[in-house]
Design a protein. Structure first.
Length: 479
């Protein structure tokens, strides 16, 4: 395990490490701050084998605590208590120590009311004023910093699929380091870069971004919870070079900045976390945004494959070749299999592959194209139907802004196609107009049998469509 903050503090101590808009820290100053936080945690019994939950937005203190937990050899378990399943994940994690920001701590009162007997409270002062540490009955006598170990996970993350079912995924230190190094090579990262922490720490994209910026010795800019105002401000006023976005965030950016010139400082918007429609990508490229498309998941420590900005321009739609040390193969049923040092369980030896559940293909140049998710394929009357194709056709209809397509259970057909549509005006279109427009491009099996409208497409915490919520909306909307 590499202590990136300590390493860069020795190599380039005066380089900017962290900036929250009000205060900034060089790597030397951040190293001192992390050491102070680590000492607090060690006094409470932190060390290898200890899980420390963190409930906070992405602010400067949260970043310091993430690196402090790494330094003690403990395991960080970030949760976003504002998002139902993420908040509930703390029960599965059963942490020995919980770090609570003054803003987010109260949202977990239900948990401490239920398990109050487990924890003592320590109210922090100084820069951490308003923060609280809840610790269980650990040995408070451990004053010597433990040896760093790779035997225990660096992090435990709660992840959920489109059906909302959650699970806890361990992320190892070596996986984070391998990922950071491989992404650095793929995107040409340097110490001069300025990253905006746009994603929640509770998701692998957010945690990997925090780790990557330190690993590469670049600057990290934080502004709390994501807002489109903050993103625009970071691009136009703070000169960020990189950030990670889900497609919904990219759409908000296009809507908010209108046709403003793209600053030369912006090198890459790394888009992932959910399928990006061809129309959204086309619009972003036409506006001049430097888009790097990526594919990955929590179980692969973020990125499996990433297409550079130049490759996206040449071959829009591909997510590029696998990053260094990661192998990809396509199974007979088109499922994407991966292995390598970043994959859960360190699947890097011969014969051991992780089945992603996603469908894809590799072209003659070894570039990966993600077709869809295996579980999302709709089987209606024995015919396999691609929901992404149907959604793309619906989005092309004048007056339609967005669409989500899923399989709806049916006693006769097994499943039928259901579509949830968002219009540009917010007003419902005549369903007959939608159906008529689709008949020329879709087969009878692909034409929706259920159609409903909503102000927006329900999403889960990862930026993917919330299938359960969409099923509830579509129920009773049979055409």
């Amino acid at each position: 395990m590499i202590d990136s903050i300590r390493r860069i503090a020795q190599e380039n101590p005066d380089a900017l490490a962290l900036d929250d808009g009000e205060n900034s820290w060089t790597y030397r100053e951040l190293d001192d701050a992390v050491e102070e936080r680590a000492s607090q945690l060690l006094d409470l019994g932190a060390g290898p084998g200890i899980t420390i939950a963190l409930a906070s937005e992405v602010d400067a203190l949260a970043v310091q605590y993430v690196h402090a937990v790494f330094r003690t050899g403990s395991t960080i378990a970030p949760v976003n208590p504002r998002l139902g399943l993420q908040g509930a994940a703390i029960e599965k994690l059963n942490p020995q120590i919980v770090l609570l920001s003054k803003q987010d701590g109260p949202t977990l009162d239900w948990y401490f009311g239920k398990y109050e007997h487990r924890y003592d409270s320590v109210n922090l002062t100084g820069q951490a004023r308003g923060w609280t540490i809840k610790s269980s009955d650990l040995s408070r006598s451990r004053c010597i910093k433990p040896e760093k170990t790779c035997e225990f996970p660096a992090a435990l993350l709660s992840t959920s699929g489109t059906d909302g079912a959650s699970k806890i995924v361990p992320i190892m230190h070596q996986s984070l380091d391998h990922s950071a190094g491989s992404v650095k090579l793929r995107l040409g990262l340097s110490t001069e870069d300025r990253w905006y922490a746009s994603l929640s720490l509770a998701h692998i994209g957010g945690l990997a971004l925090i780790h990557r910026s330190a690993w590469t010795g670049s600057a990290l800019l934080v502004k709390g919870y994501f807002s489109i105002h903050n993103l625009v401000d970071m691009i136009d006023s703070y000169g960020i070079s990189h950030t990670s976005l889900v497609p919904t965030m990219l759409y908000q950016l296009l809507e908010s900045r209108d046709e403003k010139p793209i600053p030369a400082t912006l090198k890459a918007l790394i888009i992932g976390g959910a399928p990006m429609s061809s129309s959204l990508l086309t619009r972003a490229l036409a506006a001049g945004y430097p888009v790097a498309s990526t594919y990955g998941m929590t179980e692969t420590c973020s990125q499996v494959a990433t297409a550079s900005v130049e490759l996206v321009k040449q071959k829009p739609g591909t997510v590029g070749a696998p990053i260094e040390s990661v192998e990809v193969k396509i199974a007979e049923d088109q499922e994407i299999w991966v292995r390598g040092p970043t994959v859960i369980g360190n699947m890097s030896h011969e014969g051991s592959w992780f089945a992603t559940g996603d469908l894809g293909k590799l072209d003659e140049e070894g570039h990966l194209w993600v077709i869809g998710r295996q579980r999302d394929i709709i089987i209606t009357g024995g015919v396999n139907v691609d929901p992404l194709k149907i959604a793309e056709e619906i989005r092309s209809i004048p007056g339609v802004y967005d669409a989500a397509v899923i399989g709806f259970p049916d006693a006769v057909w097994g499943e039928v196609v259901g579509a949830l549509v968002v219009t540009q005006s917010g007003e419902s279109l005549d369903k007959a107009i939608i159906l008529e427009a689709l008949k020329g491009s879709l087969s009878k099996s692909e034409v929706p049998r259920l159609l409903s409208y909503a102000p927006e497409i329900p999403m889960n915490t990862n930026g993917k469509i919330n299938r359960k919520a969409i099923l509830e909306i579509l129920d009773g909307s049979r055409i």
